[in-house]
Design a protein around this ligand. Structure first.
Ligand SMILES: *[C@@H]1O[C@H](CO)[C@@H](O)[C@H](O)[C@H]1NC(C)=O
Ligand SMILES: *[C@@H]1O[C@H](CO)[C@@H](O)[C@H](O)[C@H]1NC(C)=O
Ligand SMILES: *[C@@H]1O[C@H](CO)[C@@H](O)[C@H](O)[C@H]1NC(C)=O
Ligand SMILES: *[C@@H]1O[C@H](CO)[C@@H](O)[C@H](O)[C@H]1NC(C)=O
Length: 337
């Protein structure tokens, strides 16, 4: 299984002559090689009602820039992944990048050619890659967390309505949380901050509960790491990971702490400690992507695919909850009427 990754990587990093040298065997035996040029795909989402009102009919999809900056600040580059494409598009792009982030937002999961349908194609491909020994991480944030659980449940929507909008919370860890990959190597200071301070930004009106997870038979597949209560005392899952595959998700938004500044949103913490925990999560996920060795076949194709090719728009003044967005009109989606 792992042999495939290692052989690919040796070809990438070292010239062919190295294959016969002692270095090859050293690398092969230690398996400590990493990809220090990780590229992560962020799945775009159908344009929000707010953005469509501000820029009527101009754009079909978007990515909030905070997710891009969040990953970039931990040493990754970003490519946008379009929604509404065919299987071969997703096969192709996923074979060239090192991880996927499903962002938050407010898309409906039943949208034809939308966020969830595209996410489903990605999820199936990524599961297959991992099962073939090709380590490929996924991170889900907020709606992206809900999407990951929805896809894991074979497209059963088992979310319940709750009130977790615009509040910052500490995490209530499950007793065995130190067995999770997400936290087992976390510095004690980070754990303390997460346990005691209001540092996780919640912006959701749907929740995943432990009862829900049990109902769709996912408790053997996914580790519940932490819980929180909404303003009415409803207990929801706030972080989760797959037991075997590198899939992670949080109901809260680590990227907002350092990159979203709307004065209307009192639930975004900006303290020094809030920034530290945000950076903990971005460092963790980007480091997972460093364990994957996919690459673009040429530097030109890589350059043409990166998000640097697209302009960023200052959307904060439009009363958007995002300071900056990448707004795309490149790809058509069919809107349900
Ligand atoms: C899939 O979509 C791409 C464009 O994104 C197109 O070039 C390709 O022909 C399509 N493939 C199939 C099998 O429809
Ligand atoms: C899609 O989902 C939304 C929200 O869950 C719902 O209001 C809408 O009726 C659904 N549309 C269709 C076509 O099923
Ligand atoms: C955290 O927020 C809650 C309200 O959501 C508040 O009651 C509590 O005092 C806050 N804790 C700290 C340490 O600021
Ligand atoms: C529940 O999931 C397990 C795997 O985690 C599977 O073996 C079992 O058959 C599933 N049960 C049902 C009722 O689907």
């Amino acid at each position: 299984m792992a042999t495939k990754c290692i052989i690919n990587n040796v070809v990438i990093i070292f010239t062919f002559s190295y294959l016969l040298s002692a270095q090859f065997f050293l690398i092969d035996s230690t398996k400590n090689i990493v990809n220090n040029r990780p590229i992560i795909g962020i799945l775009a989402q159908e344009i929000s009602h707010h953005m469509n009102n501000i820029y009527p009919g101009l754009y079909e999809s978007y990515i909030a820039a905070s997710y891009v900056k969040y990953l970039e600040s931990s040493g990754a580059r970003v490519v946008p992944i379009w929604i509404g494409e065919n299987e071969s598009y997703y096969e192709d792009i996923l074979s060239k990048i090192n991880g996927v982030l499903f962002p938050g937002g407010n898309a409906d999961f039943n949208q034809t050619n939308g966020f969830a349908e595209s996410g489903n194609k990605i999820f199936k491909i990524v599961k297959r890659m991992n099962n073939n020994g090709d380590y490929f991480p996924i991170w889900g944030t907020c709606l992206g967390f809900e999407l990951l659980t929805y896809l894991a449940a074979d497209c059963v929507d088992f979310r319940c309505v709750c009130s977790g909008k615009n509040i910052a919370l500490p995490l209530a860890f499950k007793s065995d949380f130190m067995q999770s990959r997400l936290f087992k190597n976390a510095p004690e200071g980070i754990i303390k901050i997460l346990q005691k301070e209001n540092v996780t930004a919640n912006f959701h009106i749907k929740c995943i509960t432990e009862e829900g997870l049990l109902k769709v038979n996912l408790t053997n597949e996914y580790r519940v790491i932490s819980l929180n209560n909404d303003i009415n005392g409803l207990t929801f899952i706030s972080s989760i990971e797959h037991y075997n595959l590198p899939f992670y998700a949080t109901q809260f938004h680590p990227e907002k702490n350092n990159f979203e500044w709307s004065r209307r949103l009192s639930g975004i913490p900006h303290s020094n400690n809030a920034i530290k925990i945000s950076q903990y999560f971005s460092n963790f996920f980007v480091n997972e992507a460093r364990k994957n060795f996919h690459r673009f076949p040429s530097q030109n194709e890589e350059a043409d695919s990166l998000i640097y090719n697209y302009p960023v728009t200052y959307t904060g003044p439009t009363r958007s909850s995002f300071e900056q967005c990448y707004l795309f009109n490149k790809k058509k989606i069919i809107i349900n009427e």
